[in-house]
Write a protein that binds this ligand. Structure first.
Ligand SMILES: [Zn+2]
Length: 105
């Protein structure tokens, strides 16, 4: 296996379970998902591992309530930021407070 960031894997799966499966994101396109992940990950410590053992260790750590709540908090903030300011126009429907006429960019 190559080096990878366990935080990213964990945040991705939390986003999937806690938001996407429940329809809680305003837009689920790859652009918005990537934006949400980038914002959340910039506020969380990264944990790179290079072995299976390292992965197991870090994942165990991430199931601690404090880590779970840190990740959920950052995800909630990121989801909110992207919902308010998606990087593309979102057709109809629209969340309260959004201005359909306002041009993005
Ligand atoms: Zn989108």
């Amino acid at each position: 296996m190559t080096v990878y960031n366990v935080t990213e894997a964990m945040v991705r799966s939390l986003l999937e379970d806690a938001y996407l499966k429940r329809g809680l994101v305003r837009c689920g396109c790859s652009q918005c998902i990537d934006d949400i992940l980038a914002i959340a990950l910039n506020h969380l410590p990264s944990h790179y591992v290079s072995t299976e053992h390292g992965t197991a260790y870090v994942k165990a750590k991430y199931f601690e309530p404090q880590m779970q709540s840190d990740m959920l908090r950052e995800l909630a903030l990121a989801v909110d930021i992207v919902a308010r300011r998606p990087r593309h126009a979102i057709p109809e429907g629209e969340a309260p407070g959004s201005q359909p006429g306002a041009s993005p960019v």
